[in-house]
Write a protein that binds this ligand. Structure first.
Ligand SMILES: *Cc1c(COP(=O)(O)O)cnc(C)c1O
Length: 426
């Protein structure tokens, strides 16, 4: 693939001009830097605001002003069913049946709610398998669930150690962990894309392997949703959870999502119940007995936050128009170009942590400065001061994520030019 890349402004702008998705950039507000567009590579942390969001939020404020409580039933998109207006688009982004997904709460809350149902430890099978170096919330959540059930994290929290350089975990390592501990593991809880290394995991293979050992499987898709085309239904995973403010551009603190596989749609499972999870047909009879709505909707607790759902609805509509397959196609080339520039122009100073195989990563490249953490911090500060927005993850990683909806090939080239200027500045 690299043979087709060139490190010249002419090549990069020709690519941008020929990009079938190029018009989508204009649908987003690009944060300015010193009077010009910044080079925003931080969609893995907080995606940009679609321009249409303001009007969508204002419309709900207007309905509230004009209709009051009647807004639940009137208006273009009555609030009563509002979470259903995002369902089909979300289902297609994650490759699920509509009834398998629900938009609710935030990632950490959904992780707990899912574990209430799908982490059912016993004396023989008390353990959860997670990756070493998991995102803090995931680590805290599983550890607190282990304790809640009266088990000791020292023995019931099994951490999958990286076996490849730079914290990358091979499928063989997962196989070995399951061969060794599988009979004690109640739940396998792994990421879709690891937040620090950018490694993408094979959800289907992990699920098949884990099920073979009798373990249930959940995935944290914080960095995968809207980044990789997912086939959650076909992956056969038991559940998944994600946030919507990263690649999905749902806005700061956006409402998160959850997937529950169809086979659990009507299963009798322990769960934390709330009135919005109650069967829709009889919810307003206000009876004392909880009857869950079949499917993922049955895990809802509360009536949904309309002002927070409006941006997500707009943003998912952008994904529908762009299409995950087209986004992935561009993403492969865009991230491939960034990698090419690092390897051919900057290899003396930078090292890419993220796997080189395109099937093992999404948009993000995690980059380390070879001279060490202090120089890494210095480069990161220099990039930010020059309007190149990435983010820093301890201990020594700069995450750069070209998002195919609004990043350009020229952005990658500018990144390389600014790094070279930093090198010259010493
Ligand atoms: C972003 C992220 C979170 C954030 O959780 P919130 O509950 O949305 O604050 C959790 N886990 C992972 C892996 C993440 O990348």
């Amino acid at each position: 693939m690299s043979a087709s890349f060139e490190a010249t402004p002419a090549w990069a702008s020709a690519q941008d001009a020929a990009d079938p998705l190029r018009a989508f950039r204009d649908e987003f507000l690009i944060p300015p830097h010193e009077g010009r567009d910044s080079i925003y590579f931080c969609g893995n942390s907080l995606g940009l605001q679609p321009r249409a969001v303001r009007e969508a939020v204002n419309a709900e404020l207007d309905y509230w002003g004009e209709l009051g409580v009647e807004g639940h039933f009137k208006g273009r998109l009555p609030w009563m069913d509002y979470h259903e207006f995002v369902r089909d688009d979300l289902a297609s982004v994650v490759g699920a049946l509509p009834a398998e997904v629900v938009v609710m709460n935030t990632l950490g809350v959904n992780l707990h709610l899912m574990m209430v149902s799908f982490y059912r430890p016993s004396a023989e099978r008390p353990a959860i398998l997670i990756e070493a170096g998991a995102f803090p919330t995931d680590r805290y959540a599983v550890e607190s669930q282990v304790r809640l059930h009266g088990f000791d994290p020292a023995t019931a929290l099994i951490e999958l150690q990286a076996d490849e350089p730079n914290g990358i975990v091979s499928m063989a390592a997962i196989e070995r962990a399951l061969a060794e501990h599988g009979s004690r593991i109640a739940l396998v809880m792994l990421p879709g894309v690891q937040y620090r290394t950018g490694q993408a995991f094979d959800l289907k293979a992990i699920t098949a392997l884990s099920h073979k050992h009798g373990c249930l499987v959940g995935f944290d898709l914080a960095h995968a949703v809207g980044n990789l085309p997912l086939q959650l239904h076909d992956s056969d995973a038991d559940f998944a959870i994600w946030c919507s403010y990263k690649y999905l551009n749902g806005g700061p603190g956006a409402v998160g999502g959850a997937f529950v596989h169809q086979r659990h749609a009507t299963a009798v499972l322990p769960r934390f119940a709330g009135w919005w999870g109650h069967d829709k047909a009889t919810r307003f009879q206000m009876g004392p007995t909880f009857v869950p709505t079949p499917g993922a909707d049955g895990w809802q607790l509360s009536n949904p936050p309309i002002l927070a759902l409006a941006p997500l609805r707009v943003s998912l509509e952008v994904f529908r128009r762009a299409g995950m397959d087209a986004l992935r196609e561009k993403s492969l080339r865009l991230t491939g170009y960034l990698e090419y520039l690092v390897q051919t122009e900057l290899a003396d100073v930078l090292q890419v942590v993220t796997p080189a195989e395109p099937t093992r990563r999404g948009a993000q490249l995690s980059i380390r400065v070879i001279e060490g953490r202090e120089r890494g911090r210095a480069l990161f500060a220099y990039l930010m001061a020059h309007g190149i927005i990435g983010d820093w993850r301890e201990p020594d990683v700069i995450r750069i994520s070209p998002a195919p909806l609004y990043n350009r090939f020229a952005d990658c080239l500018t990144f390389a030019e600014v790094v070279r200027a930093w090198m010259r500045a010493g």
